[in-house]
Design a protein around this ligand. Structure first.
Ligand code: GDP
Ligand code: GDP
Length: 458
């Protein structure tokens, strides 16, 4: 990723359409209704051989709510500050509006590199608007049709020299170290990945307090929160430092139950939540203490486990609980009963509103990440395996004892181990569980999924 591109402009000009075209995955929502795109979101953009980060923004909301509008505008300003290049989009069929003028003013003052795009440029209806765009004083507009994919070669030609310049800049600066131990050398010590942000998804029911939590971590008002379900309508991602560690947090308002917005948005939002899990390394399942472990919570936690993500359960709104110790006992019981597959995952009580417990949450997240990346040497594993077999030998179905001969860690993120054995198909599930639980305690690996693969010797 050599540089970042923020797409800015008022609502409905086609920002999300372009974002989707560049990112290729449906990370943004598109709709006719103005203001559907409310917050910043990021994706990996691709145009020809160019690779960059694309940031999609909320436009200037033409809503009546003044404060919301002001906040929208601040979001845009932040996007401008975050990005290397701004693509300012207008609707060529509408022409330049007063709101566009306001944007142009912000960009002239704040942005280093601005690309002006006159979108919906297909057909003669756009001719006048494209000409008007020259008047914004931001250089020659690129005539685009995000929907039909027109004007992309021109966009490429404009971005390409900038990309080169940013690549040179990146080389001049200290290079990013991304050392991964080769899979063929399991005994080598793990060298931590440096400077790559930890990818965290915050998932949970609407109103669980996801936005409030992220705001609190962020320490500034970048996200919009409110009492109504799902003001954040889909996944967004934010980069920040959390206790000195670079992280990228995916916020999702998915998992929405009540049809507050239309069907179409509902479906997209739910899959957004699922997608955030797929992108993440660590999933924080945020529960509302008043209504914990609802069906949706269980479903997403289970998905996170199956996808092999490190999971931390956070129980929010703890400030509202009176009988804290009794409630905690109940929560732990329900957790064990309802999510046995996540046994040992940390359960942290927090108040996103007051900030209480966030230090413990941060510690749990860092620990989960560490465990998720943990690598155990082959020598240690085999010593341990012998001990495990001595204290509890594998069964002997039909008189033939199953022999576990050798074990090695095949992968991390999450940890996966190969066990060479005779009759792998006959090994009962209970023995596999015995080994997994043993690994967790001996090598201090709570809460992260652990995979065991039993292989017969050929
Ligand atoms: P945003 O609010 O700026 O994110 O705008 P959207 O991407 O949601 O697009 C708003 C509407 O404009 C949607 O109905 C799109 O299908 C439509 N749209 C986007 N790009 C084009 C285009 O190039 N031509 C035409 N005719 N419509 C477009
Ligand atoms: P989201 O839909 O999951 O993003 O939830 P929000 O962050 O928008 O929060 C929903 C509502 O719960 C808002 O009214 C918040 O003020 C409130 N809320 C969030 N966290 C807490 C908390 O720790 N304690 C209390 N009492 N209320 C909270």
């Amino acid at each position: 990723m050599t540089f970042s591109l923020a797409i800015v402009g008022r609502p409905n000009v086609g920002k999300s359409t372009l974002f989707n075209r560049l990112v290729g995955k449906r990370l943004a929502l598109v709709d006719d209704q103005p203001g559907v795109t409310r917050d910043l979101r990021e994706g990996e953009g691709k145009l020809g051989d160019l690779r960059f980060t694309v940031i999609d923004t909320a436009g200037l909301e033409e809503a009546t709510d003044e404060s919301l509008q002001g906040r929208m505008r601040r979001l845009t300003e932040r996007a401008v500050d975050m990005a290397d290049v701004c693509l300012f989009m207008i609707d060529a069929r509408v022409g330049v509006t007063p709101a566009d003028q306001v944007f142009a003013e912000i960009l002239r003052k704040r942005a280093d590199h601005v690309i002006l795009a006159a979108n919906k440029g297909e057909g003669a209806a756009a001719d006048a608007g494209v000409l008007e765009a020259y008047g914004l004083g931001l250089g020659e507009p690129i005539r685009l049709s995000a929907e039909h994919g027109e004007g992309l070669p021109e966009l490429y030609a404009t971005l390409q020299p900038l990309a080169d310049a940013f690549a040179e800049r990146a080389e001049a600066e200290a290079p990013e170290i991304e050392t991964e131990v080769g899979e063929d050398d399991p005994d080598a010590p793990r060298v931590p990945t440096v400077q790559k942000p930890m990818q965290i998804a915050v998932v949970g029911r609407p109103n669980a307090g996801k936005s409030t939590l992220i705001n609190k971590i962020l320490g500034e008002d970048r996200l919009l929160t409110g009492p109504e379900a799902g003001i954040t309508r889909d996944s967004i991602s934010l980069r920040m430092d959390w206790g000195g560690t670079p992280v990228r947090i995916f916020d999702t308002a998915g998992m929405r139950k009540k049809a507050k917005v239309q069907e179409k948005l509902e479906k997209l939002s739910v899959s957004d939540g699922l997608r955030a899990v797929k992108f993440a390394e660590i999933v924080i399942v945020l529960l509302d203490a008043a209504i914990p472990f609802e069906q949706q919570d269980l479903r997403i936690a289970d998905l996170a486990e199956r996808e092999g993500r490190a999971v931390v359960i956070a129980v929010n709104k703890w400030d509202l609980e009176d009988e804290k110790s009794e409630k905690l006992r109940e929560l732990k019981d329900s957790f064990e009963r309802l999510l046995p597959q996540l046994r040992g995952a940390p359960l942290i009580t927090v108040s996103a509103r007051t900030g209480r417990g966030l230090d413990r949450l941060q510690a749990a997240v860092m620990k989960a990440y560490d465990v998720w990346n943990r690598r155990v040497t082959t020598a240690q594993l085999n010593r341990w395996l012998i001990g495990m077999m001595e204290s509890h030998p594998p069964p002997a179905p039909q008189g033939k004892r199953i022999k576990l001969r050798y074990m090695t860690q095949a992968k991390t993120r999450p940890p996966g181990f190969v066990v060479m054995c005779s009759h792998p198909d006959k090994l009962p599930e209970s023995y596999a569980r015995y080994l997994v639980n043993g690994l967790r305690t001996t090598f201090d690996m709570p809460g992260t999924p652990i995979r065991l693969y039993f292989r017969g010797q050929g």
